[in-house]
Design a protein around this ligand. Structure first.
Ligand code: PLP
Length: 391
């Protein structure tokens, strides 16, 4: 697979490259986009081929998820991540955020607290607020260029009976930590002690850079699995977010039945024929493609690190352990959050998510999506170097 190939995405309505969206969010319709979390690479060739075959069949009526779909999914998690998922624990809905929103609704009341760990994926905050729940922050600690969980603070927040759920992001978007088994166990112990349920958003689980490896929260113990909702999806891994299909693993029988009833009541348990074809093929045949992708992403990380050190020492890379979203520290430029946002989008002409979008803890940082051909990354960094030099 040639990840260096540049593909023009403006032929289709890509949200990331949409000029109106770049104008609206960055005040610069021509900014090079590194914001939305999808990749500028094609899906694995086997996936594209299976879709081609599916299109040629020409009949796209109602379908069901086949044994082949589930075998492929279960095989992937067993072989790649050592997690044996019980097929009967799986529930489906269109997207991970869809599942997160349903779970918040089902397991808390209006006014209850939902714990998040900022800086974190901004949609968590929006989904919690949109459901009339309160955000309870357990901010990550940032020391010596490394993010960690503040367990004492988490224990305090978990002990408040008004706080009902923790939304865990593993690996963590945007700081790139792949939480270790020890960290996850400690989180799990706290949640068990205080009857806090865990929504484990593991959408980035497959993107971990060796020697780091993703540990599914629910794989740690049966007790933890009972209080965990695992939100999984092939969307990031194979760049098929537009296919729209997510997997929620709920080992607790009663809570699973609740989710199932909701999906039935609102009729969101339909499947998309293209998603089915793509996902089964991806999980069955695209492991080697993912290994190549990870090597390419790692080389993009190496490139950024070296480029910054050599040319823009005021900006530093927070070393990612996973995800294709890198977290850049602009503290050396000594700008306030709004000035930095303007500087990047309008002076440098690059659309990175300003760090404060992820909570005030992210001020002074920005998130950059590096899942693009190297030449585009080179262009972005040279634009940044030029803008910094001209300051
Ligand atoms: C942590 C995280 N969760 C969920 C999503 C969105 O997933 P979906 O499109 O399935 O709702 C993203 C996308 O960027 C993400 O980074």
């Amino acid at each position: 697979m040639n990840f260096d190939q540049v593909i023009n995405r403006s032929e289709y309505p890509s949200f990331k490259w949409r000029k109106e969206a770049l104008q609206e969010h960055f005040g610069n319709a021509d900014a090079l986009p590194f914001w939305v979390a999808d990749m500028d690479f094609p899906a694995p060739p086997a996936v594209v081929e299976s879709l081609r075959r599916r299109v040629e069949h020409g009949v796209f009526g109602y379908e069901y998820k086949t044994d082949g779909y589930f075998e492929a999914l279960l095989g992937w998690y067993a072989n790649r991540h050592g997690w044996q998922i019980d097929q009967s624990h799986i529930e489906s809905c269109p997207s991970v955020l869809n599942a997160v929103s349903i779970l918040i609704n089902q397991h808390s009341e209006k006014g209850d607290g939902i714990i998040i760990q900022p800086p974190v994926f901004f949609e968590f905050r929006q989904v919690v607020r949109a459901n009339g729940r309160r955000i309870i922050k357990n901010p990550l600690l940032f020391q010596d260029g490394y993010y960690q969980i503040d367990f004492d603070d988490l224990e305090t927040k978990a002990a408040n009976p008004k706080n009902k759920l923790l939304i865990l992001c593993n690996p963590h978007n945007p700081v790139g930590r792949v939480w270790t088994q020890e960290e996850l166990t400690q989180i799990g112990d706290i949640c068990q002690r205080h009857n806090l349920l865990i929504i484990a958003d593991e959408i980035h689980g497959d993107i971990a850079y060796p020697p780091h490896h993703y540990t599914p929260m629910a794989s740690i113990s049966d007790e933890l699995a009972q209080i965990t909702f695992s939100c999984l999806s092939p969307a990031k891994t194979f760049n098929i977010a537009g296919m729209v299909d997510a997997i929620t693993v709920i080992p607790n029988e009663e809570r699973r039945a609740q989710f199932h009833d909701f999906a039935h009541r609102y009729q969101i348990n339909k499947i998309n024929v293209f998603a089915s074809a793509a996902i089964e093929t991806a999980y069955k045949h695209s492991g080697p493609w993912l290994d190549d992708l990870l090597a390419y992403l790692q080389s993009n990380v190496d490139f950024i690190r070296a480029y910054l050190q050599e040319n823009i020492p005021q900006v530093s890379l927070v070393e990612p352990e996973g995800t294709y979203l890198v977290w850049l520290n602009f503290a050396g430029l000594e700008m306030d959050a709004k000035d930095l946002e303007k500087f990047l989008a309008q002076k440098a002409g690059i659309a990175l998510n300003p760090g404060y979008w992820f909570g005030r803890e992210g001020a002074g940082f920005a998130r950059m999506n590096i899942a693009c051909p190297r030449s585009i990354l080179e262009e972005a960094l040279s634009r940044l170097a030029r803008a910094v030099a001209e300051r």
